[in-house]
Design a protein around this ligand. Structure first.
Ligand SMILES: [Zn+2]
Length: 224
């Protein structure tokens, strides 16, 4: 099934069904994700979704709060950053390391998920999705090792593994390739230019001015 522009940008839910309370997923991913979760339980884990579909509106709220300093921004070492010292370009560049520009999140597609092992957390403790939870000794390190071996059997892969320039590595983010590669093929720089030109996204002017810096660094290499 081809994606519409609205679906690629998170502006509609027409491609989704609600699989769990507060978790909408692409209709063509239901079997794969539930099969993966079942297999995880057979292996002694309990793979749960921390994040599934996220709308353009939700991503815009997160982004705009960070741009206004209402939500903490972090540097590449996960330390809080003083944004008052940043130029608009530096601020956009910093936010992009951890948060997608609204309209570019792979979570808009419904086939990408942030996951954690529910069994690894004591009651009352919630996953933060930090690197330390996925490295040796971290709560999700065992399920991450299991996923590295078995996720591909179910069609999933980790799109954010690059440790060089670009987006923060996300060992918690998996993607159902048969569907996400369709979205990747259809996505283009022009979609982003259109949406940033028409929606009230803070810092849109600086991103549009330097689109040939932002697009390949933060979107292109993760969408192809
Ligand atoms: Zn994610």
């Amino acid at each position: 099934m081809a994606f519409t522009k609205q679906q690629l940008l998170g502006l509609t839910e027409s491609h989704l069904i609600e699989l769990y309370p507060n978790h909408k997923v692409h209709i063509d991913v239901v079997n794969a994700i539930t099969d993966l979760q079942k297999a995880s339980r057979e292996a002694g884990f309990d793979l749960r979704l921390a994040s599934s579909f996220r709308s353009f509106e939700r991503q815009k709220t997160i982004w705009n709060k960070k741009a206004k300093g209402q939500l903490a921004c972090f540097d590449k070492n996960e330390r809080p950053l003083d944004i008052s010292a940043c130029s608009p370009f530096e601020l956009a560049d910093t936010i992009c390391f951890f948060s997608a520009i609204p309209g570019t999140s792979r979570h808009h597609w419904g086939c990408d998920f942030d996951i954690f092992d529910f069994n690894a957390y004591p009651a009352g403790k919630t996953p933060q999705l930090k690197q330390s939870e996925f490295t040796p000794g971290g709560e999700n390190f065992p399920v991450y090792q299991w996923l590295l071996k078995h996720a591909a059997d179910f069609g999933f892969y980790f799109p954010f593994t690059q440790t060089h320039d670009g987006v923060c590595p996300e060992p918690w983010h998996i993607s159902f390739k048969p569907v996400s590669e369709l979205a990747q093929k259809q996505y283009s720089k022009h979609l982003l230019i259109d949406i940033l030109s028409t929606q009230p996204v803070l810092l849109a002017d600086v991103i549009l001015k330097y689109i040939d810096y932002f697009y390949p660094k933060y979107i292109g290499q993760y969408h192809v």
